[in-house]
Design a protein around this ligand. Structure first.
Ligand SMILES: Nc1ncnc2c1ncn2[C@@H]1O[C@H](COP(=O)(O)OP(=O)(O)O)[C@@H](O)[C@H]1O
Ligand SMILES: Cc1ncsc1CCOP(=O)(O)O
Length: 236
């Protein structure tokens, strides 16, 4: 288990590493918040590139140091782009962040998020309802297929997603970041709660996606748990 001092030291080293190396964290993400995500990634010192096409997703998975995959607004092309990128990332053992926006909505989203189980992401980032529903979709403890994801918003509190988050982290061997009025980060053995931010962050779109994109930047240089911690601390 990390001590607070070790956590702070590793987080500080990750911030420095990002500034020194400008890691490329490519994204396949929704078109509602796409520029918000890119700007957040650039603001923390990373490099951003957003793509839609299958060959470009695969090329970016090869070229980048990490990747951010968000299923917020799916188009028919994503049926090929998303699995191709996931498989490439898995093959090259590169860290990537999955943002299971509105999991449970529609056939393609369900199919893509089920496929992600076979190419596990280093970090899963979502609100409480998304984390509970994804664990349900993957048949893991603490999950519920009945979790009511209301569009992209959460109807559950962060603490009710603890079991689901722990199960997902143990399954992937990475970390899970659950956002809300307080944020929870776990690697399946420890749970960190982070406070900050503002209730106004619920009243604009893109804070969650930006958090995911920023975590992907840190995932390029540090372990999943510390990457999730760095991203969360910088967004709130
Ligand atoms: N009520 C709140 N008070 C403080 N911070 C919040 C609140 N709601 C959300 N945030 C912050 O906004 C960011 C995005 O979280 P959230 O709104 O839960 O994501 P999503 O857009 O995926 O639902 C997180 O960093 C979280 O800490
Ligand atoms: C509103 C909306 N609809 C599909 S994706 C999206 C953006 C969600 O962004 P965030 O989860 O960061 O608020």
């Amino acid at each position: 288990m990390l001590t607070e001092k070790e956590l702070r030291t590793q987080a500080a080293a990750a911030v420095t590493a990002v500034h020194e190396t400008t890691p490329l964290a490519g994204s396949i993400t929704n078109f509602v918040t796409i520029d918000f995500v890119a700007n957040a990634q650039l603001a923390v010192g990373g490099s951003a590139a957003m793509v839609y096409l299958p060959d470009e997703g695969t090329a970016l998975a090869i070229a980048g140091q990490s990747m951010y995959i968000n299923v917020g607004t799916l188009l028919p092309v994503h049926e090929r782009t998303v699995p191709a990128a996931m498989v490439q990332l898995h093959r090259s053992a590169k860290p990537w962040v999955l943002d299971p926006v509105a999991v449970g909505l529609g056939e393609l989203r369900t199919k893509l998020l089920s496929t992600a189980r076979n190419c596990p992401p280093a970090i899963i980032r979502g609100n409480a309802s998304e984390i509970i529903a994804l664990a349900g979709l993957w048949g893991l403890n603490g999950g519920s297929a009945m979790s009511q994801v209301r569009g992209v918003d959460s109807t559950d509190t962060v603490r009710t997603a603890l079991d689901a988050a722990v199960s997902l982290a143990r399954f992937t061997g990475g970390a899970v970041a659950v956002s809300g009025a307080e944020d929870l980060i776990t690697d399946g053995t420890c749970a960190l709660y982070c406070n900050g931010g503002s209730p106004m962050m619920e009243r604009i779109t893109g804070c969650g996606c930006s958090l995911g994109g920023v975590i992907a930047v840190y995932a390029a240089v540090v372990s999943p748990l510390i990457a999730a911690f760095c991203g969360t601390q910088l967004i709130i």
